[in-house]
Design a protein around this ligand. Structure first.
Ligand code: HAM
Length: 416
C-alpha cells in the first residue's frame, strides 16, 4: 500500500513545512500588491494541446477520457488556465492585473531529485503592462520571495536572458527565423548535451557551435543592461546575472526569460518565468490582446534548497516551532478540580490562546514534562489552592499566584 510513483503523503511535519512555504509565498506576493486566484485542477486537453504550453510538457500530461467522453488533463502548469480566465473576463478588471496563485500541478515525469509527478507552485503574473518597469517589478518580487526564506546572493542566482536576442542572432546567421522553435530547443539543452551532438543539431538550422558560444560569452543585449540598472537601484542586482544560455522549455515566451538556481549548482531550477505577450491573443483568437509576464516557483526544489542552506533551515525551524507549540499548559494538580480546570482551558481558548492539558489523570511531574514538550511558555496550575491559581513560567521556573479574573490578561502580557 504505497503512494503512486512521484506522489507524496503529507504527514503533520510535511504539512507544517508546506504551510510555512505557502505562508512566505503569500506574504511576499501580497507585499507587492498581488491578489490570489485559483482555477480547476482538471482542464480540457485542448487548452494544452492546441494553443498551448508546447514543448516537453505535452508529453508529460496526465490525460484521460472522462465518463462524458471528454478529453481532459490534470493541469501541468497554471499559465494556460490563467490566460483562459483573464481572456473570459478581461473587461472586469483594472489593468495591470497582478495575480498570484498557490496550487498543485501534475506532470508525468521520471521521479528523481527535484522532480515529482505532483508538486506545488507559486505563480505570480502581471498582465496588461508591457514595459520594463513591469519586468523589473516581477524580478524584484522573485528575488524578495527568495530573500524571505533567508537566502542571500551567495545562495541563489537569478539568470536573465532574452529570446529576442537569439531570434536576431538566428536571422543574422541564417537570413531568417523559420527554425526558431527548433533552435531554441537546442539552446535549452546546451549544457546537457555533448559538443558532437550539438554540432550536428545546430548544423541542421544553419548555425555553428563556436558562433553560439561566442554569442553567449560576448552578447550583451542592451535591453537587459537597462533592466539590471533598475534592479541596481533597488539594491537587488547582486542576485541577478545575464546568462544567454537560458531560453526556457515552454513555447509561449516571447522575450525576457529567467530562471533561479542555487549557486552551488546541486539542484535543478527553483523557479522560472518570462514574458508571454502573445498568449492571450492566441488563446482568445485575437479578441483579447494583453502583454503579460510571470513566473512559477516550485516547492520541491525550494524545499531541498531550504535544507541545504543553514540560515534558511534555521528560519524554517524557528517558524515551525512557533506555529506548532502550545502557549499554555493547564496542569491539573488535584483531579477533583478537573471541572474547574476545564473551565479555565475553555476560558483561555475563548481568549484566543493555544492551550493543552492532560486528557487522563497523571502525576504532576509528568504533566510538567508534557508542558515543556508542548512548547508552552506558561503552566497554569489548578490544585487545592483553588480559587487561587498558580502560574509557572516554564523557562525561568519562577511562580506567581493570580485570580481567575486577571488570568487571561496576564497570560496575554506574558506571551506577546
Ligand atoms: P516551469 O519552469 O515549467 O514554468 O516550472 C516552474 C518551476 O516549477 C520549476 O522551476 C520547478 O521548481 C517547478 N517544477 C516544474 N516541474 C516540476 C516537477 N515535475 N517536479 C517538481 N517541481 C517542478 C512554468 O510552469 C510556467 N508556467 C511558469 C510561468 C508562470 N511562466 C509565466 N507565468
Amino acid at each position: 500500500m504505497q503512494t503512486l510513483p512521484g506522489f507524496r503523503d503529507f504527514y503533520p511535519e510535511d504539512c507544517a513545512r508546506r504551510d510555512y512555504i505557502t505562508a512566505v509565498w503569500r506574504k511576499v506576493a501580497r507585499r507587492y500588491g498581488f491578489v490570489e486566484y485559483d482555477g480547476p485542477v482538471l482542464e480540457g486537453l485542448d487548452l494544452y494541446r492546441k494553443k498551448n504550453s508546447g514543448g516537453e510538457i505535452l508529453s508529460q500530461l496526465f490525460n484521460f477520457t472522462d465518463k462524458g467522453e471528454r478529453e481532459v488533463a490534470l493541469r501541468p502548469e497554471m499559465t494556460p488556465t490563467l490566460v483562459r480566465m483573464v481572456a473570459a473576463k478581461e473587461s472586469h478588471y483594472k489593468k495591470p492585473l497582478k495575480w498570484f496563485s498557490i496550487a498543485s500541478f501534475f506532470r508525468y515525469e521520471k521521479p528523481q531529485k527535484g522532480r515529482s509527478r505532483e508538486f506545488l507552485q507559486l505563480n505570480c503574473d502581471l498582465l496588461g503592462e508591457g514595459n520594463q518597469a513591469a519586468d523589473a517589478e516581477m524580478i524584484a518580487l522573485m528575488v524578495d520571495t527568495l530573500r524571505a526564506f533567508g537566502f542571500t546572493e551567495k545562495d541563489v542566482v537569478l539568470r536573465l536572458s532574452d529570446r529576442n536576442a537569439w531570434t536576431e542572432f538566428l536571422r543574422e546567421k541564417t537570413g531568417g527565423d523559420a527554425s526558431l522553435a527548433e533552435f531554441l530547443q537546442i539552446i535549452d539543452k546546451l549544457e546537457r548535451e555533448s559538443d558532437e551532438s550539438l554540432h550536428e543539431k545546430l548544423g541542421t538550422v544553419g548555425v555553428t557551435l563556436p558562433d553560439v558560444r561566442d554569442f553567449i560569452a560576448n552578447g550583451k543585449p542592451s535591453f537587459l543592461t537597462a533592466l539590471m540598472a533598475d534592479l541596481e537601484a533597488r539594491g537587488l542586482s547582486a542576485f541577478v546575472e545575464v546568462d544567454l544560455t537560458i531560453v526556457r522549455g515552454l513555447a509561449y515566451y516571447t522575450g525576457l526569460v529567467f530562471e533561479v538556481f542555487d549557486r552551488s549548482k546541486k539542484l535543478r531550477a527553483v523557479a522560472g518565468g518570462g514574458r508571454y505577450d502573445r498568449l492571450l491573443s492566441d488563446l482568445s483568437d485575437g479578441s483579447v490582446n494583453l502583454p503579460a509576464i510571470g513566473f512559477g516557483m516550485g516547492d520541491v526544489v525550494l524545499g531541498s534548497l531550504i535544507d541545504q542552506v543553514p540560515a534558511a533551515a534555521e528560519a524554517m525551524k524557528a517558524a515551525l516551532l512557533l506555529a506548532s507549540a502550545s502557549e499554555v499548559y493547564v496542569v491539573i494538580a488535584d483531579e477533583a478540580r478537573r471541572p474547574e480546570a476545564l473551565g479555565i482551558v475553555q476560558h483561555l481558548r475563548n481568549a484566543g490562546r493555544r492551550v493543552d492539558f492532560p486528557l487522563v489523570a497523571s502525576k504532576v511531574g509528568k504533566q510538567f514534562q508534557n508542558a515543556e514538550q508542548s512548547g508552552a511558555k506558561v503552566a497554569v496550575v489548578i490544585g487545592n489552592e483553588w480559587p487561587v491559581i498558580k502560574l509557572k513560567h516554564l523557562s525561568t521556573r519562577t511562580e506567581e499566584t493570580i485570580s481567575l479574573e486577571a488570568l487571561a490578561d496576564r497570560i496575554t502580557d506574558l506571551i506577546k
